[in-house]
Design a protein around this ligand. Structure first.
Ligand code: BGC
Length: 511
C-alpha cells in the first residue's frame, strides 16, 4: 500500500481530470461499506419477526409468546442456532480475510472486490430464498466471506488510487457507509416487518448493492501499485497516466516503484512486530479491537429489536427504536469526522468512555429495578423513553470514539515495516470478538440478566484507564515520526529501546 507521503507534488494538478474515475471509485467503495453495514444491522430486526421465528425457530417463538409467571423474560431468545445466524458471518469473515490478503496481493484489488461482491450476491440469495436453517447459516457465511474480501481490498484500493487531497475523506467515507448500511437495514426491517415474507425481502434485498458492487468492480481499473507489485511495469505506467489524466506522472511513478521495493524488503512483518521496538504497536493492535467490541456496542447493533422486545416494547416500537439508534449512530460518526483532528484521539476516547459507562450503569440499574432477577416486569411509557434516551447517548458516545478510532488508531501507529501484520491482527481480533459477543450475548443475558450491562461497563472502565495511561496523542503526528511518541512516553520508554536520534527530544506531543 502506498503511504500518504508518496504522492507528492504531481498529484495536485491531476484532480480536475479524474472526476468520472473518482466517482466510480467512490461508488464501489460505498457499496462495499454499505453491504458490510447492512449485513451487520439486518439480523436483529429479522430475528424479532414472528413469521421468521415460526418458520425457523418455532421453539424460540413459543418462548417469546409465553408470558407466564414462571418464564424469565431475559431468556426468551436464548438459542444458540439463533445467535449463530448472526455470528457465523464474523467467523467466516475472520477466516476469509487471511485468504483475501493473499488474493489482493497476487490477483489484484479488482479481483478481490469482484470475488467479495459475488459472495455477497450468493449469500443474499441463499438467505432471501432460505428454506431451512442450513441455508440461512450457509448464506450468512457467504456474506462473511464477502465481508472478508471487501474489507481487505476496498480500503487498500481507495488509498492507492484516490488523489492525495481526498484520500482521507474517502477512507472516512467508507466508515460512514457502514453506519449508513446499518441504518438502511433498520429502516428496511421496519418497512417489511408487517408482511408475512418481509424477512425474505430484508435478507434478499442485499443482492441489489451486491450486483452493483460486482458491476462496479468490473468497471474500475486496477491500481498502478498492484500492477507494479505483480511486475507489470509498462501497464502500470499507462494506468497511472490514465487515472491522473496526464502524461506527467514520472515522479509519482518512481515513488510507487520505490514504495513497492521497500514493501518487498519488508520480509518478515510478523517477526518484526514481535520485536521489543514494536511492543506498543503490538499491544494496541491486540487490545484496541478487543476493547472496541467489549464496549458491548454490537449488543445494540445486532440485537436492539430483540432487546427492546424483551424489555416489553411492542414489535413496532422495538423496530422503530432500532431505527432511532441507527440515526444516532450515523450522526455521531459525523461528529467524530469533524472533531478527531481538532480535539485529538485521546479526548474523544476518554470522553466516550466516561459517557458510555454512565449510560450503561443507568440502563442496567433501570432494567434491574423494573425486571429484577426473575425477569418479570415492564416499563411505563415515560420510563421506556428515558431508557431509549440513555441507549442513544451510549451509541452516540461509541460512534464518536471507539467506533471510528478503533480502526484509525491501530492503522496510523504502524509503520510500513509492520503494517501488514498489524492490520491483519487488528482485523482478526476485531472479527473474533465480534463473533464471540454475537454468539454469547443472548445466553449471557439469560444468565447475567441486567448485570450484563454492568459487565460491559466494567470493561469500559478498564479500557478508559488503558487509554488514559498508555495511548499518547497521535493527532497530527506523521506516520514516520510515530516512534518518537513511544520513546518519550512514561511507560513505553521503559520497554522500547531508545535508538532514535536526539531530535525526538524536541517532540512535545506526548500525553
Ligand atoms: C465496529 C462494528 C460496529 C459498528 C457500529 C464499527 O466500528 O467495528 O463492530 O457494529 O462500528 O457502527
Amino acid at each position: 500500500m502506498a503511504g500518504g507521503g508518496l504522492h507528492v507534488d504531481g498529484v495536485r494538478h491531476y484532480e480536475g481530470n479524474v472526476t468520472t474515475f473518482v466517482l466510480i471509485t467512490c461508488f464501489v467503495a460505498a457499496m462495499g461499506g454499505l453491504l458490510f453495514g447492512y449485513d451487520l444491522g439486518i439480523t436483529g430486526g429479522v430475528t424479532s419477526m414472528e413469521p421468521f421465528l415460526i418458520k425457523f425457530f418455532p421453539g424460540v417463538h413459543k418462548q417469546m409468546k409465553d408470558k407466564s409467571e414462571s418464564k424469565n423474560q431475559y431468556c426468551k431468545f436464548d438459542n444458540e442456532l439463533l445467535t449463530l445466524f448472526t455470528s457465523s458471518l464474523y467467523l467466516a469473515a475472520l477466516v476469509a480475510s487471511f485468504f483475501a490478503s493473499t488474493t489482493t496481493r497476487m490477483l489484484g484489488r479488482k479481483a478481490s472486490m469482484l470475488i467479495g461482491g459475488l459472495f455477497f450476491l450468493v449469500g443474499s440469495l441463499l438467505n432471501g430464498f432460505a428454506m431451512n436453517i442450513a441455508m440461512l447459516i450457509i448464506g450468512r457465511m457467504f456474506l462473511g466471506i464477502g465481508v472478508g474480501f471487501c474489507n481487505q481490498s476496498v480500503p487498500v484500493y481507495l488509498s492507492e488510487v484516490a488523489p492525495a487531497k481526498i484520500r482521507g475523506a474517502l477512507n472516512i467515507g467508507f466508515q460512514m457507509m457502514i453506519t449508513i448500511g446499518i441504518l438502511v437495514a433498520n429502516l428496511i426491517n421496519y418497512g417489511t416487518s408487517k408482511h408475512e415474507n418481509g424477512w425474505r425481502i430484508s435478507l434478499g434485498i442485499a443482492a441489489v448493492p451486491a450486483i452493483l458492487l460486482c458491476i462496479g468492480s468490473l468497471c474500475v481499473v486496477e491500481t498502478p501499485n498492484s500492477l507494479i507489485e505483480r511486475g507489470k511495469y509498462e501497464k502500470a505506467k499507462k494506468m497511472l497516466q490514465k487515472i491522473r489524466g496526464t502524461d506527467k506522472i514520472d515522479e509519482e511513478y518512481q515513488d510507487l516503484i520505490d514504495a513497492s521495493e521497500m514493501a518487498k524488503n519488508v520480509e518478515h512483518p510478523w517477526k518484526n512486530i514481535t520485536r521489543p521496538k514494536y511492543r506498543p504497536q503490538l499491544t494496541f493492535c491486540i487490545f484496541i479491537p478487543a476493547f472496541q467490541q467489549l464496549t458491548g456496542i454490537n449488543v445494540i447493533m445486532f440485537y436492539a429489536p430483540v432487546l427492546f422486545q424483551i424489555l416489553g416494547f411492542g414489535n413496532d416500537a422495538s423496530l422503530m427504536s432500532a431505527v432511532i439508534t441507527g440515526v444516532v449512530n450515523v450522526v455521531a460518526t459525523l461528529v467524530s469526522i469533524f472533531t478527531v483532528d481538532k480535539f485529538g484521539r485521546r479526548v474523544l476516547l476518554l470522553e466516550g468512555g466516561v459517557q458510555m459507562f454512565i449510560c450503561q450503569v443507568i440502563v442496567g440499574t433501570m432494567i434491574g429495578l423494573r425486571f429484577g432477577l426473575n425477569g418479570q416486569g415492564g416499563f411505563s411509557k415515560v420510563e421506556a423513553d428515558i431508557l431509549l434516551f440513555f441507549i442513544c447517548a451510549y451509541v452516540a458516545a461509541f460512534a464518536w470514539s471507539w467506533g471510528p478510532l478503533g480502526w484509525l488508531v491501530p492503522s496510523e501507529i504502524c509503520s510500513l515495516e509492520i503494517r501488514p501484520a498489524g492490520q491483519a491482527i487488528n482485523v482478526a481480533i476485531n472479527m473474533l470478538f465480534t463473533f464471540a459477543i454475537a454468539q454469547v450475548f443472548l445466553t449471557m443475558l439469560c444468565h447475567l440478566k441486567f448485570g450484563l450491562f454492568f459487565f460491559f461497563a466494567g470493561f469500559v472502565v478498564i479500557m478508559t484507564i488503558f487509554i488514559a495511561l498508555l495511548l499518547p496523542e497521535t493527532k497530527n503526528v506523521p506516520i514516520e515520526e510515530m516512534n518518537i511518541l513511544w520513546t518519550s512516553h512514561w511507560f513505553w520508554n521503559k520497554i522500547v529501546p531508545n535508538d532514535i536520534d536526539s531530535k525526538s527530544k524536541d517532540n512535545k506531543s506526548v500525553l
